[in-house]
Write a protein that binds this ligand. Structure first.
Ligand code: HEC
Ligand code: HEC
Length: 226
């Protein structure tokens, strides 16, 4: 029943689409090799501080910190916007986001979006992981993608640390004001604590195979898949 209700919700709920001007700005940077390389280099330089927590290649150094690697650049940009505007709050991130210019935010997003995710190998029970896989495929792929690769308006979840996933889902489920107003509140309200354990176990171990990873990158840079 729960799964059905979530699947239905995923069809009915609409959520804010990315700002058109901004989407165009990213398309301009991402589809042109020279612009992309310039943004990448500038982003790498500005991201040094971020790497203390999020890792040099955007692979998080602590289980409660998310990976930034492999995210759609527009999602990353909008996530900083939410911290800067106060829509989403975190002790560290809320202060940091206000100190970055728009140009920095674009460049940093380009830099991290181009990195590969390396999931941390943790042991989880196979039956739990399988349960999470079924739940994910029934209720989450419509918004997060078939392989949890994310889209412009939704985050990649594949390979995120287990603890980060559990905390995020629990906050949504409990209407925590730190992530108020998110479409995920309605989705997570239908999950039990066991569902959260299961889906986190599945997603934290999930990797995209090289063809799917290539297709994801090609989509982001507006190229055709070879
Ligand atoms: C002291 C540690 C720390 C530093 C330094 C840091 N972050 Fe974070 N970041 C976090 C934590 C913790 C979260 C998770 C917050 C939450 O749970 O909502 C986060 C979340 C994020 C998110 C949201 C990701 C998602 O999946 O929704 C983005 C984007 C982000 N950080 C970007 C940055 C950038 C860019 C910098 C550098 C300017 C930076 N962070 C520096 C700890 C840090
Ligand atoms: C209606 C579309 C929709 C559906 C269905 C959906 N999500 Fe989401 N999800 C989103 C959006 C949009 C965000 C970003 C929200 C934000 O920043 O507040 C998100 C964020 C998340 C996050 C936080 C990730 C991060 O990096 O901070 C997790 C975890 C998550 N979703 C898991 C799930 C799971 C598990 C399911 C299925 C049970 C699911 N979602 C179904 C739209 C959806």
């Amino acid at each position: 029943m729960r799964i059905l209700a979530i699947a239905l919700l995923s069809c009915l709920t609409s959520f804010a689409l990315a700002d058109d001007g901004l989407a165009q700005r990213f398309a301009q940077v991402m589809t042109d090799l020279e612009n992309r390389q310039h943004a990448y280099a500038a982003g790498q330089e500005r991201a040094v501080f971020c790497t203390y927590c999020h890792g040099e290649t955007g692979n998080s150094k602590r289980p409660h910190i998310p990976n930034l690697a492999g995210q759609n650049p527009l999602y990353l940009f909008n996530a900083f916007e939410k911290f800067a505007s106060g829509e989403r709050t975190d002790f560290v991130m809320s202060k940091l986001a206000q100190n970055l210019t728009q140009e920095d935010r674009v460049n940093i997003a380009v830099y991290f979006s181009q990195q590969q995710v390396h999931p941390v190998a943790t042991t989880v029970s196979e039956s739990l992981r399988r349960r999470g896989e079924t739940l994910f495929h029934n209720a989450c792929t419509g918004c997060h993608g078939q392989h949890a690769e994310g889209m412009e308006t939704t985050p990649r979840l594949a390979g995120q640390p287990d603890e980060y996933l559990r905390t995020a889902l629990t906050r949504f489920r409990e209407n925590d004001p730190r992530r108020a107003g998110s479409v995920m509140m309605g989705v997570a309200a239908l999950l039990s604590a066991d569902d959260i354990e299961a889906v986190a176990a599945y997603l934290s171990r999930l990797t995209l195979d090289s063809a799917d990873e290539k297709a994801r990158i090609a989509r982001v840079i507006g190229a055709t898949v070879q």
